[in-house]
Design a protein around this ligand. Structure first.
Ligand SMILES: N=c1c2ncn([C@@H]3O[C@H](COP(=O)(O)OP(=O)(O)OP(=O)(O)O)[C@@H](O)[C@H]3O)c2ncn1[C@@H]1O[C@H](COP(=O)(O)O)[C@@H](O)[C@H]1O
Ligand SMILES: [Mg+2]
Ligand SMILES: [Zn+2]
Length: 132
């Protein structure tokens, strides 16, 4: 990606920008993760979502373990350049590492967080181990 394209983005003090992934067909919000310059360049070059994992401190190609790759359909930046929006084809229909379709599976109802989304696949079968 050119410097102009990179410089249009308002990177935070850690050199990161939040990236929202949504399903390109349904518009469903799938997850929010982070990108640095390298992750964004890789996302565009490879046509799939590549994030920066803050806890692991390395590039994270979504689906690298689970196979649940996010194929990039379009990429947008918001008005003031501090949020990215990826429209993706979610391979496997599962974005969340809990085995659910998306990460926003808890909804406030009657003063409690209520789980509203079913687990589509046991995370143990996605990640083969002890996963929360
Ligand atoms: N697969 C996911 C995953 N899918 C969606 N998300 C969301 O993406 C956000 C990532 O932003 P963060 O900076 O908080 O991520 P992180 O804390 O650095 O990453 P982890 O330490 O949580 O793995 C999380 O907060 C979740 O809401 C996921 N966060 C982490 N993972 C892990 O990524 C690894 C690879 O998974 P696949 O990409 O599916 O193969 C596995 O270890 C997964 O547990
Ligand atoms: Mg996290
Ligand atoms: Zn999740």
């Amino acid at each position: 990606m050119s410097d102009d394209l990179m410089n249009a983005i308002h990177w935070n003090e850690d050199g990161l920008v939040p990236a929202i992934a949504q399903d390109a067909t349904s518009g469903q919000v799938l997850m929010l993760a982070w990108m640095n310059r390298e992750a964004l360049a890789a996302t565009v070059a490879e046509g799939r979502a590549v994030y920066w994992s803050r806890s692991r401190g390395r590039l994270w190609r979504k689906g690298e373990e689970s196979g649940n790759v996010q194929r990039l359909e379009s990429l947008r930046v918001d008005c003031d350049g501090d949020t990215l929006l990826l429209a993706v084809e979610q391979v496997g229909g599962i974005a969340c590492h809990t085995g659910r379709a998306h990460c926003f599976y808890r909804e406030l109802a009657d003063g409690a967080w209520v789980v509203t989304e079913a687990v589509r696949r046991d995370p143990a079968s996605l990640y083969g181990g002890e996963h929360e």
